[in-house]
Write a protein that binds this ligand. Structure first.
Ligand code: FPP
Length: 257
């Protein structure tokens, strides 16, 4: 596993200095990111929207490396929502090929970093080449014990919640679960994210300040950090800025200090 934190961040400012990451404490276990602004990034440069998605892949590589070096346990990236099917079909086709390209270029490094790839969302409706790439990713990294790189692909939080309710109802009807055993814990277990801790920090790029049907249940107590920077321009320094801001927050979970 590569964890050369001290070398990479040897220039980090001393503890307590606003805006710097404290490596020794309080690194969020789970960071979730709404990667937004690819289209606008491309438009500003007179390029087709898909050029923004292509450049966005480089930002994924940068942030995956940064999160891994910092010791983040889970990095969830919102790659394609259930609503994104409404986009022009050539753009959807382009995005659906990106996991294949990502696999080709990134798999060796992910394996070297001991990163395990997971996905949340439905495979239904995804083209076969996308599903194959996703399966290969998961399969080749399934024994890795380091950071989890979790792609939300064809993911929508409301439909995830509805599916969870249906699955719990099925169990009640079959008699394997009692109505009163439907608790926050059993509900959690019925979600795509059942194996993951809730996100501690949500980052959204591009200046939009909304959740867009992303992890509505799981983000209940997440700290949120927004930036005007478009996703293709997002980098390690901004990621560290978000983590440093998170470290300044006081998380009370409804209690008092
Ligand atoms: C949002 O920007 C971005 C997306 C909907 C797609 C993001 C996908 C990737 C960066 C690649 C995914 C790769 C893998 C490996 C799964 P936008 O197009 O909504 O930007 P806009 O708001 O400026 O139009």
């Amino acid at each position: 596993m590569i964890h050369k934190v001290s070398r990479l961040f040897s220039g980090v400012k001393p503890r307590g200095d606003k805006g710097s990451v404290e490596l020794s404490r309080n690194i969020p276990r789970h960071v979730a990111i709404i990667m937004d602004g690819n289209g606008r990034w491309a438009k500003k440069r007179g390029l087709p929207r898909v050029a923004g998605h292509r450049e966005g892949m480089k930002a994924i590589r940068r942030v995956t490396r940064a999160a891994d070096e910092l010791g983040v346990e889970v990095l969830t990236l919102y790659a394609f929502s259930t609503e994104n099917w409404k986009r022009p079909s050539d753009e959807v086709s382009y995005i659906m090929k990106l996991p294949v390209d990502f696999l080709e270029t990134e798999l060796p490094e992910l394996i070297q970093r001991n990163v395990r790839v997971m996905t949340i969302g439905s495979e239904e409706g995804l083209p076969s080449h996308t599903v194959e790439a996703v399966h290969k990713f998961k399969n080749e990294t399934r024994h890795n014990t380091g950071m989890i790189l979790n792609f939300a692909l064809n993911y929508g939080s409301r439909s995830e919640i509805v599916q969870a309710v249906q699955s719990l109802m099925d169990q009640v009807e079959k008699g394997t679960l009692k109505r009163d055993d439907i608790t926050e814990e059993t509900f959690n277990q019925a979600l795509f994210t059942c194996a993951l801790p809730d996100p501690d920090l949500l980052i959204r790029t591009s200046g939009e300040i909304r959740l867009s049907n992303f992890m509505l249940w799981q983000l209940a107590y997440a700290e949120m950090w927004f930036t005007d920077v478009m996703w293709p321009d997002f980098n390690e320094a901004l990621f560290k800025e978000a983590i440093a801001a998170y470290q300044q927050r006081s998380r009370r979970y409804g209690s008092v200090e």
